[in-house]
Design a protein around this ligand. Structure first.
Ligand code: HMH
Length: 222
C-alpha cells in the first residue's frame, strides 16, 4: 500500500505503446478536425459490435470480483456501475448511428475487431485470475478515456458533430471511474504473485496493441 501503484510503473515502462494507443492518428485527426467522416462512421459501426462483446466480458469480471475480490462489495458495486453505463452506451450507439445513417445491423465485424473480441473471450476463462481480468478492464476503459479527453483539451479543434462522442468517454465522471478501476487493479496486483503480475502485464500490453489495431482498422488501414 501507499506510493506509486503497479499500473503507474507499467504506464511509464510502456510509454511508447501507451501513447500509440491514446495519441493515435485517428484521435489526432478528430482533435484537429481533419478526420474523414467515413472513417468515423466506420469506427462507430465497429465499436458498437465491440461494446456488445465487451458486456459479457465485464459481466465475467463482475463474477470474478464476487468470488475472488478481497473487497467484494466495493468491487462489485464499481463493476456493476460499469455494466449499467454500458447499457446507456449501447442506447447511445443506436441514436448516434441513426444520426449518421449507419445501419448497425448491417455492419459485419472486421478481422481486427473479431481478433480483439476473441481476446476478450479468452480472458473470460475461469483460469484467468481476477487481477488479470480487472487489469484488462481498466486498460480498455482508460485508452478511450485518455484518447477522447485529449480531443476536449484546450487548443483542440474537434468539430461540433464529434463533441458528443468525445464527451461520452472524455468526461470527468468517466475519468473518475477509470481511476477507481485503476485503484482496484493496483490493489489486486500488489497482492498477486509474481507469476500473476507478469500475466497481467502481458495482458495490459496486449490490450494496448489491440486498441492501436482497432484505431488503425477504423482509419481503413488494415
Ligand atoms: C475498442 N476500446 C474499444 N471500444 C470501446 N468502446 C472502449 C475501449 C471503451 O469502452
Amino acid at each position: 500500500g501507499g506510493g506509486i501503484g503497479v499500473t503507474e510503473t507499467w504506464l511509464k515502462k510502456h510509454t511508447l505503446l501507451y501513447k500509440g494507443a491514446t495519441r493515435h492518428p485517428f484521435i489526432l485527426s478528430i482533435r484537429d478536425g481533419t478526420l474523414d467522416l467515413s472513417a468515423f462512421k466506420q469506427w462507430l459501426g465497429q465499436d458498437y459490435i465491440f461494446v456488445r462483446n465487451f458486456v459479457p466480458f465485464v459481466a465475467n469480471v463482475l463474477q470474478k470480483a464476487s468470488k475472488a475480490s478481497d473487497d467484494k462489495d466495493g468491487d462489485v458495486e464499481v463493476v456493476l456501475g460499469g455494466i449499467a453505463s454500458l447499457s446507456d452506451e449501447l442506447t447511445w450507439f443506436k441514436n448516434e448511428a441513426s444520426k449518421w445513417d449507419v445501419m448497425l445491423h448491417g455492419v459485419a465485424p472486421q478481422k481486427t475487431n473479431q481478433d480483439y473480441c476473441r481476446f476478450l473471450e479468452s480472458l473470460m476463462s475461469a483460469e484467468v485470475e481476477y487481477a488479470v481480468a480487472v487489469t484488462a478492464f481498466w486498460a480498455i476503459e482508460t485508452v478511450y478515456q485518455k484518447s477522447f479527453a485529449f480531443c476536449l483539451e484546450d487548443g483542440s479543434q474537434t468539430p461540433a458533430e464529434l463533441l458528443d462522442t468525445c464527451q461520452r468517454w472524455g468526461n470527468e465522471g468517466f475519468g473518475q471511474y477509470c481511476q477507481t478501476l485503476q485503484g482496484i487493479a493496483n490493489r489486486c496486483l500488489e497482492k498477486a504473485t509474481d507469476d500473476i503480475r507478469s500475466k497481467a502485464e502481458a495482458t495490459f500490453i496486449s490490450v494496448l496493441e489491440y486498441e492501436i489495431e482497432f484505431w488503425n482498422m477504423s482509419q481503413g488501414r488494415d
